[in-house]
Write a new protein. Structure first.
Length: 488
């Protein structure tokens, strides 16, 4: 812009560079004036800069010794911090010290290459033979996958030297979602060294970066999210949640979500949408869970994207996915008030297991912890049904297993049935570990009287033993004891 790169190269190599910028010509000529050494370096620098625009820069350090080069190994998690937003920090260093600085496309262990492949669906192979003068990036896949892969490689390489430029009006893209992030929230969304953005990419399988968008009159930074529609919508809601946390009222006003404007091509279809449920503070904490565990559980079981933007529970996906998510959140919150009764007739997302009455506590565990572990292992949502509307004996309760994935429901049912069988074996002495484990008891005298050589009174007995399924059970009881008194 304004010949800034040309001026930078001239300042670094000491040569004079003139570019014929006549737009009527089919080509442009770069004239380089200076000593032989200055001209050689200028040609190298121009080649490096042009390589950056289309792919990784390749330098053979063993071919010829260079007196103008210093190489620094920067940890991958520090690259974004050293680069700065849009490469601004690196550009400041160049300006301050009169240098030319850049990095290359591959992260440690090829992480960037793997990320690009995951997002576009193509296979990327890089010939890393050090004996060759150049490297070749091979891209395998459909025409659409290869096109996207080439675009993503170009975007990533642009990031290494400066801001990424994307013309949203040139061609419609079906792989791009754009989010307006307020200037004072950019650093918060990026995280230290870009760590937060990288976590979002890893979670949703996306490629995300801030870009300079052509014809952008807004003062807000443009965050571009590339990937499938589900991945983009999930990452978008995650960003909106972060912005709303930092700047309350930006995306949620009057208890409603302000939906972002869509760029051409960002269309999910008629069946896709986002539904919202406003939560009060107590319900919000309960529906979120420790470190978001409950939210993730409900999202996995329902197959729906669930994210909390402010106090809004946002459910994004197909109409069937959103309906399941709404039901699961409603039932979850109802459990805070008492037993939940669900009409499971005509539902295709539930499996029932009958639990013997005397095994219910064993299956659910202390404060439901055992059920939570089963949910985590199987990707399901579990609770006992208050009533199913049928006449039943009182010797069992119905445990409901909810998940959009029948495999997850089968896995949960298998785990539960194994626990029921273990409990039956323990109760009838059929092989449970508790039958062969030495039980230790601690007796603490609480009250008592001394008569002659004995002490009579009450005491608390605490007994701990293995249950035979990898956990322990502790029983505390108050008993009447008689003990012989001895002198200390």
């Amino acid at each position: 812009r304004g010949g800034s790169t040309k001026k930078k190269i001239a300042r670094v190599c000491g040569a004079e560079l003139n570019l014929d910028e006549n737009d009527n010509k089919d080509s442009q000529i770069l004239e380089i004036y200076g000593t032989e050494d200055q001209r050689r370096k200028a040609k190298d620098y121009v080649e490096f800069v042009t390589q950056q625009r289309v792919g990784p820069v390749h330098i053979d350090l063993g071919a010829n010794e260079r007196d103008d080069l210093t190489v620094v190994d920067v940890p991958e998690d520090c690259v974004g911090f050293c680069m700065g937003r849009g490469g601004g920090t690196l550009r400041q260093m160049e300006e301050e010290w009169g240098t030319l600085m850049f990095s290359f496309v591959l992260g440690r262990g090829g992480s960037t290459k793997k990320k690009i492949a995951r997002v576009c669906g193509a296979e990327l192979n890089l010939d890393e033979n050090d004996n060759k003068d150049s490297q070749i990036l091979e891209i395998y896949g459909t025409e659409d996958q290869r096109r996207k892969a080439k675009d993503y490689v170009e975007f990533v390489t642009q990031q290494r030297v400066g801001p990424v430029h994307i013309d949203l009006g040139a061609n419609e893209r079906d792989d791009l979602t754009v989010v307006d992030v307020p200037e004072d929230c950019v650093g918060f969304c990026m995280g230290r060294g870009g760590g937060t953005l990288r976590q979002m990419e890893e979670e949703w399988g996306t490629l995300m970066f801030f870009a300079q968008v052509k014809n952008n009159d807004s003062e807000m930074e443009k965050l571009c999210i590339f990937g499938s529609i589900r991945a983009r919508r999930g990452a978008e809601l995650k960003v909106m949640s972060a912005v709303e946390h930092k700047k309350n009222g930006h995306f949620v006003r009057g208890g409603e979500l302000l939906h972002p404007d869509r760029v051409p091509g960002d269309d999910a279809g008629d069946d896709w949408g986002t539904d919202c449920m406003l939560l009060d503070n107590e319900n919000f904490s309960y529906a979120l869970g420790a470190k978001g565990s409950t939210r993730r559980k409900l999202a996995t079981a329902s197959g729906c994207i669930i994210e909390y933007v402010g106090r809004l529970a946002c459910m994004c996906g197909t109409s069937a996915e959103r309906e399941r998510a709404h039901d699961y959140i409603k039932w979850l919150l109802a459990q805070r008030l008492g037993p939940v009764s669900v009409d499971i007739l005509d539902r295709d997302d539930v499996t029932c297991v009958e639990i013997p009455k005397d095994s219910v506590g064993f299956i659910t565990g202390y404060r439901g912890e055992s059920l939570r572990r089963i949910e985590e292992q199987s990707g399901s949502f579990l609770f006992t049904n208050g009533t199913d509307g049928k006449d039943r004996s009182n010797d069992s309760e119905t445990l409901l297993i909810f998940s959009h994935d029948v495999y997850n429901r089968k896995k949960a049912k298998r785990i539960i049935q194994e626990k029921i069988d273990d409990h039956k074996d323990m109760r009838r002495g059929g092989g449970g570990a508790a039958d062969t484990t030495t039980v230790t008891a601690t007796v603490a005298a609480t009250t008592g009287t001394t008569t002659g050589g004995t002490i009579e009174g009450t005491a608390i007995v605490t007994t701990t033993a293995a249950t035979g399924i990898g956990t322990t059970a502790t029983v505390t009881a108050t008993v009447t004891v008689t003990a012989t008194a001895t002198a200390a």
